[in-house]
Design a protein around this ligand. Structure first.
Ligand code: ATP
Ligand code: MG
Length: 388
């Protein structure tokens, strides 16, 4: 029944020469999500506005647009001939599907040749609605429903519903980050929030077969696919981590095992980030959540790398993270019970305040460079796309 969708996007921070790039990326990202949902039509830009033409597919277009960062809100519109009767009819139809008791008609008349003036259009449409509905009244100051009517040279556009979207910035307008993606609840949420600020994400996962099963790996692939629904394709790099973990267990004191393991992870991630031209690592850490996430521990882990580490969840409580995981659709997959490579090697009493000197001396028995190089050589890379 609707003909087109009008898209609104954030204007702040996109003044001047950023604007062109912002719009180009946004259009591209919308087209990609539409395509991945089987919609063949593309975004059109006219009069500085973005539209998606509809073909009896409002529901799937709606679902697609809600996932695209950079869109603030959107409205399904009627695109009508320059005929006031058609506008009256469409307005009445549309308002019947809206919630609220009061309304206002708001006309913009860009076409100065249209036979009715702005005031007359408001009045004609408003009185048609009042005559044909029971409970609605007009409130021009603070209406529940706003009916917008735009009279252009060739058509009238009319809409009354505004659907909030994800906000943020189009993915790809702020460089690339490498997400350390585990099978847990936190890291997919961290990836989502980073993408929301326009950063394109590639992911790295440390896998310790046979200590961790193929199903644990499948779970990570599934999480990557869900994330691909927000930012387009996700490139996932799988690092075979068994040998490193075995070496750590053999040569390092048990209570520093996790710290050393994390130091190895970030060293490898930094190497890969440089190769893939990513400018930051991204993790799902949040202060104090577990032993390896005390501030001291983060300090000692980050000490071995130079690349910035983004931690979008740093100040969030677990319950807030879980709510967001539910909302973005990763929670159900994250809680599947397959073990990850950290849980298997968890010592009975890990050091919660590991110091740099302690970690350095604990690592003395490891041939760090050789282990990193070998891990780098054996990385397996998979392109993940959203499941239909
Ligand atoms: P998550 O729910 O993201 O697994 P967590 O609360 O279980 O987080 P940790 O297991 O301590 O916390 O992991 C902290 C962060 O380290 C994770 O958010 C993730 O970014 C990274 N990480 C942990 N394990 C792996 C892994 N096997 N591969 C890649 N990154 C990992
Ligand atoms: Mg974890």
């Amino acid at each position: 029944m609707y003909d087109v969708v009008l898209i609104r996007y954030g204007e702040i921070g996109i003044k001047g020469k950023n604007r062109g790039e912002f719009e180009k990326k946004l259009i591209n990202n919308i087209n990609k999500v539409l395509h991945s949902n089987g919609v063949e039509t593309k975004v059109q830009k006219t009069f500085g506005r973005m539209f998606v033409p509809l073909d009896n597919n409002w529901e799937v277009v709606k679902e697609s647009l809600q996932r695209v960062f950079g869109i603030v809100s959107f409205s399904p519109c009627f695109k009508l001939p320059l005929d006031i009767e058609k506008a009256k009819e469409a307005a009445l139809n549309d308002i019947k599907g809206c919630e609220g008791k009061t309304f206002k008609v708001n006309t913009k008349r860009a076409n100065k040749d249209f036979e009715y003036k702005t005031y007359d259009v408001n009045h004609l449409i408003g009185s048609h609605i009042l005559r044909n509905t029971e409970d609605l009244t007009v409130d021009v100051k603070n209406p529940d429903i706003n009916i917008s009517v735009e009279i252009r040279d060739e058509n009238i556009f009319l809409f009354s519903k505004t659907i909030p979207a994800a906000g943020g910035l189009p993915v790809g307008t702020n460089g690339k980050g490498l997400l350390l993606l585990s099978g847990g609840i936190d890291s997919p949420v961290a990836g989502y929030l980073t993408m929301k600020r326009g950063v394109q994400i590639e992911a790295i996962h440390f896998h310790s077969f046979p200590f961790t099963s193929d199903r644990a790996k499948e779970k990570v692939l599934d999480l990557g696919r869900i994330m691909a629904g927000y930012g387009g394709k996700v490139k996932l790099h799988i690092v075979h981590f068994t040998e490193i973990q075995t070496e750590i267990k053999k040569h390092c004191p048990e209570d520093l095992g996790i710290t050393i393991m994390r130091r190895m992870m970030v060293r490898i991630a930094e190497r890969l980030a440089r190769k893939r031209r990513a400018l930051a690592l991204v993790t799902g850490e949040s202060i104090g959540q577990v032993a390896s996430q005390t501030l001291e521990s983060m300090f000692t882990i980050e000490n071995v790398i130079k690349i910035p580490v983004l931690r979008p969840l740093v100040a969030m409580d677990k319950t807030e993270i879980i709510d967001l995981a539910r909302e973005i659709g990763t929670y159900e997959t994250s809680i599947l019970p397959y073990e990850d490579c950290c849980t298997i090697f968890v010592p009975k009493s890990p050091k919660t305040r590991p110091r740099v000197v302690q970690a350095e001396s604990a690592e003395e028995g490891l041939d760090i460079e050789a282990l990193i190089e070998k891990a780098m050589e054996n990385i397996e890379t998979i392109d993940l796309f959203k499941n239909r």
